[in-house]
Write a protein of this length. Sequence first.
Length: 304
Amino acid sequence: MSKFAKNTGLPLELPIWDGEVFQFEDVNDSFQKINDALKDILENGTGNDGGNNNGGNVFLGGHYTMYRGESLGSSVTPAQLAAIRDGSFKDMYIGDYWEINGIKYRIAAFNYYMGCGDTEANLVKVPHVTIVPDTTIGANQQMNGTNVTTGAYIGSAMRGNAGAAVAAGHLNAVRTIINAAFPGIVMRHRNYLNNAVTTGRVSGGLWCDSDIELMNETMVYGCKQFAPGEDGTNLVLDHVLGKSQLPLFQYRHDLIRAQNSPWVSYWLRDVVSGAHFAGVSGSGFANCNGASGSSGVRPAFSIS
């Protein structure tokens, strides 16, 4: 039978899990034991259960719903990669990060694209970790050489107008840096990206091979801010896979702002008008900028 806390002095009795009771000698000891018990539950399924591990089913909810923010080292270790590939994500939580060549690459989501794709054969079926760097990477860039959004994101100088192939524009320099930091494990998958604009609204898209891309407004803010939506007349073709806010930004709104010093704004891939793309200001508010403006590159990508 579970015993509830009593204010009769120490030692204190408190139920932790499934009727189990720990004897606490002091407050610090109690917090540590609660912490250890919760971590055991989150990592192993049932807590102190004699190794039963819930029939082998690891409880993943804590990985998705907790921000931790601890360093995971300076590279993805074989053990960490194994924990990603078996879907347990052992000892990894939202906000944890690898610091590689001075850049903090922070876990933003687990299995963000799972079950999505253009055909049944192309659905993402492998466990993966989606990552966003704390800062922009490399030099500031333009979306286009002039203030036009013709061709939308795919047709921009940022992505390289490479059609269904992986981009080769300004983003490619950042891609090289990320692939060197995570050699051979950056996930490539099918993604729907816009390639046409009519009267300032996206009017077409294309399923592309995709690995490292600019984020959209929904991934960052949880909804559209500047990008126009349906108006009852014009159909906005935007079958995006980035259709919910990344958990990282749910738990740490301050990390929506790129953590550069001094402040740096960065691009998002949404078309706002015939001349503007969306972005995030250097001080963290929702913004847009003329396509020929200069802003930072802060993409998202996944490893598996």
